[in-house]
Write a protein that binds this ligand. Sequence first.
Ligand code: SF4
Ligand code: SF4
Length: 142
Amino acid sequence: MENVESANNSGINSLTDPELKIIAALRDAFNNYVVVSCTRCGYCIPCPNGVSIPSILGVLNEIAYWGDRARMGYNQMAKTPEDLNRRREGGEQVEGAATLCTQCGECLEKCPQQIEIPDMMDKANYIFRDGKDITEILEIDP
Ligand code: SF4
Ligand code: SF4
């Protein structure tokens, strides 16, 4: 709805050829960079179980690009409901890991990118919890 409203306000053919070329180049760069097409819009949150969906997908994209050192962002997330509650009660702005996902499917219809979020949380668990290499779990261009 936001995208349609924005398009409605800007009018037809309002972009110049150089602007269109820049957008095409950015789109190609974006497509080469990401393994999960999450735009971090946040429409899928809050998850009823505290899973920080956009952050987890963001870390997946980061380790696909930067390698394992980007796992740091995930390591700090709460891995169990008890840990999440305890840290929240302590005033910490803690994020929830993929291990909190119960596969309830509530997030699915909220994602405009139609990402199979529960499936991606499973994949994130293979990578972060079980230590699998991301190339074993997701398709990545070398
Ligand atoms: S499927 Fe997982 S990530 Fe999605 S809403 Fe349910 S618990 Fe949260
Ligand atoms: S709704 Fe989809 S695109 Fe938006 S943050 Fe959630 S997973 Fe990413």
